[in-house]
Design a protein around this ligand. Structure first.
Ligand SMILES: NC(=O)c1ccc[n+]([C@@H]2O[C@H](COP(=O)([O-])OP(=O)(O)OC[C@H]3O[C@@H](n4cnc5c(N)ncnc54)[C@H](O)[C@@H]3O)[C@@H](O)[C@H]2O)c1
Length: 254
């Protein structure tokens, strides 16, 4: 466990999509810093599997079923977290979907589904967690954005649009929540070797292309993102809000 301003002892963190690839690094890093982690997934079994990995590593994590695109589901998940873990200090809006195809093939209902998960879901989770943060006089909202918004990226129009929305959402919400002692920041990962990468037809060529884009010549690990999220969740980051922080090996420099 880390001590002092980096410690998350006594804090409760909700990680949406915590059962996924980057969720691994995020849940582990938060738990290593001492937080109790609520792992949220639409399928409880996926959340349970991640929670038990975290527990095996010596952390505290509890699985919760929740679909971030549904207000009813988000509200019942939030109530369950507050009743089982005592409140919410940290919300990591991480759940997203990323169907890849040319923009002319995006049907209206698919556009709506991507935006409902990747942008409305962030709003619904923040709304639901807000009162607990205000009650505790402290809060951290950390929104996972994407380098694809900074560089533009083909075949992911709805996804990239949702990530641009996440940046606007972060900045505007930071203005409203600052007076309440709640910080709101966004993290912009580059390319990480998770399921997201399986959408590329040529993995070897894609890997080479990523390394060419980055200043640092190694692939990112979920732990890299987890370390940044744990820092932003800690007291060490108490004067940082409304920011978009890249974690991409020096790809987009903005
Ligand atoms: N992997 C990368 O290279 C990369 C790059 C930039 C940004 N990101 C962002 O990082 C975040 C995590 O991505 P990942 O790579 O771990 O992907 P992933 O697919 O491994 O994880 C996403 C998780 O979200 C869950 N999820 C999907 N819909 C949900 C819903 N409606 N409610 C709750 N959970 C839901 C999925 O079950 C999955 O476990 C996303 O916001 C993604 O856009 C990833």
């Amino acid at each position: 466990m880390e001590a002092g301003v980096h410690s998350l002892e006594g804090r409760v963190a909700v990680v949406t999509g915590g059962g996924g690839g980057l969720g691994e690094g995020i849940c582990r890093a938060l738990a290593e810093a001492g937080a109790a982690v609520a792992v949220v997934e639409p399928e409880l079994a996926k959340a349970e599997s991640r929670a038990s990995d975290v527990a095996e590593a010596g952390g505290l994590a509890v699985a919760f079923e929740g679909d971030v695109s549904s207000r009813a589901s988000v509200e019942s998940m939030t109530e369950a977290v507050v009743s089982q873990l005592g409140g919410i200090d940290i919300l990591v809006n991480n759940a997203a979907i990323y169907p890849a195809r040319p923009w002319t093939e995006i049907e209206e209902d698919e556009w709506d589904r991507v935006l409902a998960t990747n942008l409305k879901g962030y709003f619904l989770c923040a709304r639901a967690a807000h009162s607990s943060m205000v009650e505790r006089g402290h809060g951290r909202i950390i929104n996972i954005a994407s380098v694809t918004f900074l560089i533009g990226f083909a075949d992911l129009l709805d996804y990239v649009s949702s990530k641009g929305g996440v940046v606007g959402f972060t900045r505007a919400l930071a203005r409203e929540l600052g007076p309440e002692g709640v910080t709101v920041n966004a993290v912009s990962p580059g390319a990480f070797p998770t399921d997201a990468e399986k959408i590329h037809p040529d993995p070897v060529g894609y890997n080479r292309w990523i390394l060419d884009q980055q200043s640092l010549k190694r692939r990112g690990k979920p732990q890299d993102v987890g370390n940044l999220v744990a820092f932003l969740a800690s007291d060490a980051a108490s004067f940082i809000t409304g920011q978009l922080i890249g974690i991409d090996g020096g790809w987009a420099m903005h």
